[in-house]
Design a protein around this ligand. Structure first.
Ligand code: AMP
Ligand code: MG
Length: 422
């Protein structure tokens, strides 16, 4: 007698899925389709913090502007340094930072000089004050000195015309100081990008609404808000869209008209109430991918009108992992930022990390020093894709490669610190 057959389509719970895409390939395919926004604006440097430089920035001046002393001491001509024994020089004046010595000292003469003061004419060497014995208007120096010592050459830090900051640089506090040191008050940066997002799901309620049985509060709009705000995007929060065909279609049409990028969460798997696919077939050019990763396998990517589109999974941890992995690099590119690979570290796992081969896993961990100062990592409790506390307690992802299986305590693992991505 024939046994009844049971359907065996690949599902989210399988580890090996022949149709799934590697995470790295997905990132590459996404980034290949993104070009920087074209708009540029001029802003005062203080307002440029975290913005993306739209042009190479060149210095118009030498830094330091003049050859000057690196020490408090005495400026002299190297020809007056004794080869052996000692020598007496006459002190003919003083050079202060901001108040140069204007005279032209001759042989066997020197000038008292302060750190940062311009070198007087013909003087090329500074003897620090601790190495000179002063007696009235005279100093005595010995043979330990080298010609040119303790002098900072004009332009030694930055030469006029040199490129100091490259196009695509995200402006840091150090960059603000650097620009100020060059007398640059305004720079050209890329315009901000505008990111719209909404959540899908009949079960979602917003803060302030009562929670009936079976309902949950929408958290994805808040994590998305935080991650986008940190990147420096302008944000359009479109709220919760119920699982109804008409609402979903309308939300896509609305977003397409006013954003550079649209991000949705939920409704990209194969549930019956998932209208995202259908709405996208009608309004955009979108591909649905299964990525060989955990958490966060289903992902949609493409465009809706002129906006880039990312359809992220619904589970709160999946949203964050897929955002950091796929959306953030794409948005940085859209913003015009130079790509920079995050710093990965190796650490010893103190936990047993359960895993099956077939998907790259992004488990959440706490990275710290042990008593010997070595890097160790511990997992943050249960790793379910709905457990947001696992992200909140973590300070890193523990990246377990596609083919890897469970990790035992003491094994070395690869870690991506959150400070590298956020
Ligand atoms: P979905 O991909 O729509 O099937 O959602 C997967 C899981 O994530 C379900 O348990 C949803 O209730 C949950 N979920 C979806 N969207 C959100 C959200 N915005 N906030 C919190 N949980 C969500
Ligand atoms: Mg849903």
């Amino acid at each position: 007698m024939n046994q009844p057959t049971v359907k065996a389509d690949p599902s989210c719970m399988d580890d090996y899925d022949p149709d799934s895409l590697l995470a790295d390939d997905a990132i590459r395919r996404i980034c290949d389709q993104v070009a920087p926004v074209e708009g540029v604006e001029k802003v005062a440097i203080r307002s440029a913090l975290q913005r993306i430089l739209a042009t190479d920035l060149h210095s118009t001046i030498d830094v330091p502007g003049q050859t000057n002393s690196a020490m408090d001491g005495y400026a002299l001509q190297s020809g007056d340094l004794p080869d052996d024994g000692s020598r007496t020089l006459k002190v003919v004046g003083t050079a202060w930072a901001g108040r140069p010595f204007e005279g032209a000292p001759g042989p066997a003469e020197c000038v008292r000089i302060m750190t940062g003061a311009p070198m007087p004419a013909k003087m090329d060497t500074v003897v620090m004050q601790e190495h000179a014995s002063r007696d009235g208007d005279f100093i005595r120096i010995d043979a330990r000195h080298k010609p040119g010592q303790n002098v900072r050459a004009a332009g030694e830090d930055i030469a006029a015309g040199e490129c100091v900051l490259p196009v695509g640089k995200r402006i840091t506090p150090a960059d603000l100081g650097l620009m100020a040191s060059l007398g640059i008050g305004e720079i050209r940066v890329r315009r901000r990008i505008r990111a719209a997002f909404f959540s899908t799901g009949d079960e979602l309620r917003s803060i302030g609404e009562p929670l009936a049985s079976g309902m949950i509060y929408d958290s994805n709009r808040y994590t998305l808000y935080g991650m986008l705000a940190r990147l420096g995007a302008d944000i359009l929060d479109m709220g919760v869209i119920p699982d109804r065909r008409e609402d979903t279609f309308k939300a896509f049409r609305d977003a397409a008209g006013c954003a550079d990028v649209l991000i949705t969460s939920g409704g990209v798997s194969v549930g019956d109430a998932d209208f995202v696919k259908e709405a996208l077939d009608a309004t955009g050019r979108v591909e649905f991918w299964k990525v060989a990763m955990k958490p966060g396998r289903p992902l949609a990517f493409g465009s809706v009108g002129d906006a880039l589109f990312f359809g992220l999974p619904g589970n709160p941890v999946s949203v964050m992992v897929t955002f950091y992995l796929f959306v953030q690099p794409a948005l940085r590119r859209l913003m015009g930022e130079l790509a920079q690979a995050p710093l990965l570290l190796k650490a010893r796992s103190e936990s047993r990390l359960r895993k099956k081969a077939g998907r790259t896993e992004y488990q959440r961990g706490v990275l710290m020093d042990d008593a010997n100062g070595d890097l160790v990592v511990k997992k943050t409790g249960p790793q379910g894709s709905g457990i947001l506390t696992s992200m909140s307690e973590a300070n890193c992802f523990v990246i377990l490669p596609l083919e890897a299986e469970s990790v035992e305590p003491g094994d070395i693992v690869t870690v991506l610190p959150f400070s590298e991505i956020a």
